[in-house]
Structure formats: C-alpha cells, structure tokens
Design a protein around this ligand. Structure first.
Ligand SMILES: CC(C)(COP(=O)(O)OP(=O)(O)OC[C@H]1O[C@@H](n2cnc3c(N)ncnc32)[C@H](O)[C@@H]1OP(=O)(O)O)[C@@H](O)C(=O)NCCC(=O)NCCS
Length: 182
C-alpha cells in the first residue's frame, strides 16, 4: 500500500469550508476540549472563518493535509492589538481528526506554529487547555510548555463548569533574559 502523503501549509480563506467541517467533527466529539458546543459551532457563518484565515502574519492557522484532506490544524494569533502585548501570541485550534490520531500530526503542527511565531519575533506562546484533557497536556508538556495558572470555570457547557489549565512556552534564547519585576 502506498504511504499517505502528508504536508503542512498555512490555511487560506479558500480553506474555510474544510476548516469548519473539521471543527464540527471535533465539536461533536469533544465540546469541552474545544470550548464550544456543537450547536453553537453550527451557527458560525463561513465568513467568520474566511476572516480568521485571512489575518495578517504573524497570525497563522496551519493545516496538515493527508492525501489532500485537511486532517489537523494548529494556530497562533496575536493576543491584543497593543504594542505592549506584541511579544506574545495565543495558540488555538489544535485538533486532529479521529481518523488521523496518534501519527504525530499535532506534534508537527504545534512545533511548526511555535517556530513560525518565534521566527516572527514572538517571545512567548500561551494557551489554555480545557480540562479534562490528558492527551493535550501530554502533547504540550512534551514540547516544553509549562503550566502557569489555572482558570476556574473557564467554560460552561451543558450546565457544568470546566477549569482551564494555562500553559506557556518561552523562546529558548530569550528565556528569563529580560524580565523586570516591579
Ligand atoms: C490532543 C490531540 C490534538 C492530539 O492529536 P494527535 O495528532 O493525535 O497527537 P500526536 O500524534 O501528535 O501526539 C503527540 C503527543 O501527544 C500526546 N498524546 C496524543 N494523544 C494522546 C492520548 N490519547 N493519550 C495520551 N497522550 C496523547 C502524546 O504525548 C503524544 O506523543 P507520543 O505519540 O510520542 O506519545 C487530539 O487528541 C485531539 O484533537 N483532541 C481533541 C481536541 C483537543 O483536545 N485539542 C487540544 C485543545 S488544547
């Protein structure tokens, strides 16, 4: 059997339908971990995804394609428009279709998105994992992310609250180099 051809590239506005379809698959299975119910995800207009996928660099959504099918994604976005926050980005949209799990796609995509952020002058990448989510915690820890806080009741779904684990990764060469605590 021929091995599946896998490639990673930034998603564009024209990938909005595939991005939305993959998100819907994931929200149906993992609403807590995705931080949104399937019902709410189904209400989101395709135009909002086209806008997300058109944000200027260093914002980026990367997709892994297996035999031409979008199988997994990982994204980084600016946390704020203020210059004082220009050194950091938020990682989001880390997910892999159930058909392509445990093949290293998320590892490659997260590494790719982090490298992209650091290559664009970003000093720190932050993210939140909605709990429980041992696979995601293991993934991020294995890539050097460390836990830096816990957000109580980070999401509410089906009448229940779920906590968020905040994690952070600092660009290696700048780690601890330029901190000034008051
Ligand atoms: C978490 C998730 C993104 C991992 O995707 P994946 O492509 O299967 O992950 P990879 O194959 O790249 O695995 C990388 C590492 O993640 C960890 N991991 C992944 N799946 C795991 C599982 N089921 N149990 C424990 N660890 C797991 C392991 O450390 C793994 O490294 P290893 O294979 O060398 O042991 C995927 O399970 C998913 O989409 N989950 C639902 C959405 C979600 O929770 N996204 C994260 C939001 S913060």
């Amino acid at each position: 059997m021929t091995p599946a051809a896998t490639g990673i590239r930034p998603l564009r506005a024209s990938d909005a339908e595939a991005f939305s379809a993959l998100r819907r698959e994931l929200c149906a299975l993992h609403p807590v971990q995705m931080g949104i119910s399937l019902e709410e995800e189904l209400q989101r207009p395709i135009e909002s995804f086209r806008s997300q996928l058109s944000m200027p660099v260093p914002n980026a959504v990367f997709g892994a394609f297996v035999d031409g099918e979008l199988a997994a994604t990982a994204a980084v976005s600016r946390s704020s428009a203020f210059l004082a926050a220009a050194h950091k980005m938020t990682m989001w949209a880390v997910f892999t279709s159930t058909r392509h799990r445990r093949r290293g796609l998320s590892r490659r995509l997260v590494e790719h998105a982090v490298a992209h952020a650091f290559a664009n002058g970003i000093h720190r990448v932050n993210l939140t994992v909605y709990l429980p989510n041992d696979p995601a915690l293991a993934l991020y820890r294995s890539l050097g992310f460390v836990e830096c806080g816990r957000e109580p009741d980070a999401v509410q779904l089906g009448g229940r609250y779920y906590h968020g684990m905040q994690m952070t990764l600092c660009k290696a060469e700048s780690a601890d180099a330029a901190y000034e605590y008051p």
